[in-house]
Design a protein around this ligand. Structure first.
Ligand code: NIG
Ligand code: FE
Length: 428
């Protein structure tokens, strides 16, 4: 009994402890997104990687005893948040596409570059040439940067292999990273990211390959939890996306989709019809699409970093989604083409400035709602008893400071599974 009342790590006296604790399960929607469960002078106690107490510091100290060797962290004057959950990333690749960034600045569009054989296909050519070791080593510093910027869990997509062998290679790299890096990775199969060079003009044959070879191979090896499709004009249409996602679901994968990013294409409606866990991007979603998402509780994963980096003027209609009570999450979309950033803080700033989320809404979207978008809300996304000790200390006085002071990293300490993995205090 006494054993249960001890902790091996304690963060105490936080000026604001942002718990995001809920009495109800599931994502925060509508007005509830403003409720961050802030505790002033807060503390959180962890034992063997899990949270055992959370609340006002004096109360936590009366509930738990410090085990011998307990790590005690004074967070006075700081804010403490759950680790960010970045629910949409493409972190496995080699090479850079800053050349395309420059072409876009000079006036070319993302689609024009893709039509010319650049874009996703440019990265595919490089990934096919790369060994697993090379892909692994290229991804490591990205995960390090994510952790340093306060992200403790990411969803990680394949989609730059586009052959059975190379898609498996990418997903095996995700698995290897999961085993060797503190950041948790949730693997997603994205064989329908683009039609590869050798199948141009033969899309139905490529879809056959996805349906009959790739999905079974990925499912059999248990390499992915989700299947995603780039449902967009000139990529995979609604019928094709439906075929692929239905087969994936039958093979035991949950479904997500890149929907209505560049044109209102019916992707949100399809996500609702398939009861997908999330529909992502949604810049061009129609009002009907928003209603469809709402009716099925599909999570809208918004990626304002992509809109920004592509230099587009129009952002996803986040306010309309929030007032309609569609659950909204935020993610980086970190990838070599349309959005090269590991920072969830900059995404939060963009969400506030360009989509008019309040700081509280944006933080809920980047934590608890992100966890829901990767089906991990039982373990992460809030500072609650029983959840993982994924805790980030920020050197700032209030949570509203986070989107306000942008472009600088104020993460002071990151605790993952109850262990200190980033410590700027003891760095000279
Ligand atoms: O989410 N939209 C498709 N996939 C990525 C871009 C990937 C790339 O350009 O390499 C995205 O924006
Ligand atoms: Fe994406």
């Amino acid at each position: 009994m006494m054993e249960e009342r001890t902790c091996d790590l304690l963060v105490r006296n936080a000026r604001q402890l942002i718990t995001l604790r809920s009495s109800e399960p599931g994502p925060r929607c509508g007005r509830a997104m403003e409720d961050l469960g802030v505790v002033e002078d807060g503390a959180v106690a962890v034992r063997t990687g899990r949270i055992v107490a959370v609340g006002v510091t004096d109360d936590v100290l009366s509930e738990v005893a410090l085990s011998p060797g307990c790590i005690e962290i004074d967070a006075s004057g700081k804010i403490v948040l759950p680790g960010f959950v970045d629910a949409h990333t493409h972190p496995i690749f080699v090479g850079s596409r800053d050349d395309e960034f420059e072409l876009r600045i000079k006036g070319a569009t993302y689609q024009e570059i893709a039509r010319r054989g650049g874009g996703i296909r440019a990265t595919v050519r490089k990934v096919r040439q790369a060994s697993k070791q090379e892909l692994f080593e290229a991804a490591l510093p990205r995960l390090d940067r994510m952790l340093e910027h306060g992200t403790t869990t990411i969803e990680a997509k394949s989609g730059y292999g586009l052959s059975t062998e190379d898609e498996i290679k990418m997903l095996e790299v995700v698995r290897d990273l999961q085993e060797s890096h503190p950041v948790d990775l949730v693997p997603t199969f994205l064989g329908a990211h683009e039609v590869p060079d050798e199948y141009r003009g033969k899309k139905p044959e490529y879809i056959e390959l996805i349906l009959h070879e790739m999905i079974p191979a990925v499912a059999e090896r248990e390499l992915a939890e989700f299947c995603d499709v780039f449902c967009e004009e000139e990529v995979f249409d609604v019928e094709e996306s439906k075929l692929i996602l239905t087969a994936a679901r039958e093979a035991g994968l949950e479904v997500k989709l890149h929907a209505d990013e560049l044109s209102p294409f019916g992707g949100a409606e399809l996500a609702a019809e398939l009861e997908a866990l999330s529909a992502d991007h949604l810049v061009a979603v129609s009002d009907q699409g928003i209603m469809a998402l709402k009716s099925q509780g599909v999570i809208a994963v918004l990626l304002p970093g992509t809109t920004f980096s592509l230099g587009c003027r129009q952002y996803a209609p986040a306010r309309r989604m929030i007032t309609t009570e569609v659950p909204v999450a935020l993610a980086t979309d970190m990838n070599p083409g349309s959005c090269r950033t590991e920072s969830m803080a900059i995404i939060i700033t963009l969400a506030c400035v360009m989509m008019r989320l309040t700081p509280a809404e944006a933080i809920a979207a980047a934590t608890l709602n992100g966890a829901c978008a990767v089906a991990r809300e039982g373990a992460i996304g809030s500072l609650d008893i029983g959840k993982k000790g994924d805790i980030v200390i920020w050197d700032m006085p209030r949570y509203s400071y986070l989107p306000y002071h942008f472009g600088v990293n104020f993460v002071e300490m990151v605790i993952k599974d109850g262990k200190v993995v980033v410590d700027k205090r003891n760095k000279n």
